[in-house]
Write a protein that binds this ligand. Structure first.
Ligand SMILES: NC(=O)c1ccc[n+]([C@@H]2O[C@H](COP(=O)([O-])OP(=O)(O)OC[C@H]3O[C@@H](n4cnc5c(N)ncnc54)[C@H](O)[C@@H]3O)[C@@H](O)[C@H]2O)c1
Length: 303
C-alpha cells in the first residue's frame, strides 16, 4: 500500500499501546480513523485527543471476541467513511503460568480476544475490502494482524498466549496465500514484536467479569506476571517506534514485521531443532535476563 492520505484505517485495541500509536501515525499521514476498544473511557479520550489535532476520527466500544460487535465496527466504517483500506487486527491480552494451570476461563479470555478477534476481523472485513476492490480499479487495501515473537517461539510460562499468537501467525500466512490467489489489490502482514512498554502486562484491566477466575493465581502465574511486567517495562523500543516500523512495512508490502531482529537468532534455533528433529532448546538461552525464575523443586522442598 503506497498511498495513505484520505484512506480509511480501522484499528482494534486503539485506546492504548500499539493501537493508539497506529492511530497517531495514521492521522499524521492524513488517514481517516475508525477506532475500537473494549475500554470506553480510554477510547473516548483517544478519539478526543486525535480529533483535537484535526483528524477525521470516529470510535466504537467493541469487544473483538464477539462477532456481532465486529460487524457493528465494519458498519460504522462504511457509514462514516464509505469504505475500508487498512485494518489493524491488534487488540490483544496476555496471561501466563504453567500451561496445565491455566483455567478454562483463562483460555477462553485469551483465545477469545487474541484469536477470535483476528478471525472475526478477517472474516468480516476481507469480503468488504474485496467488494471495494472490485468496484474501484485503483483500490488499495491492507490487513495487519498483531501477533508477537510468541507466535514464532514457545517460551515457558506463556502457554495460552503462545498458542494464541502461533494461531495468528498461521492465520496470517494463510490469509497472505489466499489473498494472492484472488487479488493483487489487498496485501497483508503479521506483526511480531518482542517486549515493548505498553499496557500489555496490565491486561487484566479489560478482562470481563464473566471470565474472571474464582480461584487465586497459582505460584507459576504470579511468577509469569512478574516476568512479563519486568520484560515489558524494561523494553527499549517504544510503541511509537513499532508503529513507524509497521507503516514502513505496509508501504513496502513486507509480510513478516519483526521489530527486534536480534531475536531471530532464537527463532533460527527453534527452526533448526525442528529441521534436525532434536528436542526444543530453551527459548531464553540467548536472553537469560528475561527467563522466568520458577523453581518448583525448591518450592516443593520448602512446602
Ligand atoms: N507490548 C508488547 O510487549 C507486545 C509484544 C508483542 C505483541 N504484543 C501485542 O500487541 C497488541 C497490542 O497490545 P499492546 O502491547 O499495545 O497492549 P495494551 O494493553 O497497551 O493495548 C491493548 C488494547 O487492547 C484492548 N483490548 C483488550 N481486550 C479487548 C477486546 N476484547 N476487544 C477490543 N479491545 C480490547 C485494551 O483495552 C487495550 O486498549 C496485542 O495483540 C499484544 O498481544 C504486544
Amino acid at each position: 500500500m503506497k498511498n495513505f492520505k484520505g484512506k480509511v484505517a480501522v484499528i482494534t485495541g486503539a485506546a492504548s499501546g500499539f493501537g493508539k500509536e497506529f492511530a497517531i501515525a495514521g492521522a499524521a499521514l492524513g488517514m481517516k480513523l475508525v477506532l475500537a476498544d473494549v475500554q470506553q473511557l480510554p477510547l473516548d479520550a483517544t478519539v478526543a485527543e486525535l480529533a483535537a489535532t484535526g483528524a477525521d476520527v470516529v470510535g466504537l466500544r467493541c469487544d473483538v471476541s464477539k462477532g456481532e460487535e465486529v460487524e457493528a465496527l465494519a458498519q460504522l466504517a462504511l457509514s462514516a467513511f464509505g469504505g475500508i483500506n487498512l485494518l489493524f487486527n491488534n487488540a490483544g491480552v496476555g496471561s501466563g503460568g504453567l500451561i496445565w494451570e491455566n483455567t478454562v476461563k483463562d483460555w477462553e479470555w485469551v483465545l477469545g480476544v487474541n484469536v477470535w478477534g483476528v478471525i472475526h476481523g478477517v472474516r468480516i472485513f476481507t469480503p468488504l475490502m474485496l467488494e471495494q476492490a472490485e468496484r474501484e480499479p485503483d483500490y488499495e487495501g491492507y490487513i495487519v494482524n498483531t501477533a508477537s515473537m510468541a507466535g514464532l517461539l514457545s517460551p515457558q510460562l506463556m502457554g495460552a498466549y503462545n498458542l494464541s499468537k502461533h494461531a495468528v501467525v498461521s492465520l496470517s500466512e494463510t490469509l497472505f496465500h489466499d489473498l494472492h490467489s484472488v487479488t493483487s489489490q489487498i496485501g497483508c502482514s503479521v506483526l511480531c514484536p518482542a517486549f515493548v512498554p505498553t499496557g500489555i502486562s496490565n491486561s487484566h484491566r479489560s478482562r470481563p467479569a464473566e471470565l474472571q477466575n474464582e480461584t487465586s493465581p497459582t505460584e507459576s502465574m504470579v511468577v509469569a506476571q512478574k516476568m512479563t511486567h519486568k520484560a515489558v517495562s524494561s523494553g527499549k523500543m517504544t510503541a511509537s517506534d513499532v508503529a513507524q516500523i509497521t507503516f514502513e512495512a505496509i508501504r513496502e508490502n513486507r509480510f513478516y514485521i519483526v521489530t527486534h531482529p536480534k531475536i531471530m537468532a532464537t527463532v533460527k534455533m527453534r527452526l533448526e531443532d525442528i529441521e534436525h528433529l532434536q528436542n526444543p532448546r530453551d527459548p531464553f538461552a540467548l536472553k537469560q535476563e528475561n527467563r522466568p525464575q520458577l523453581d518448583l523443586t525448591v518450592q516443593k522442598a520448602s512446602a
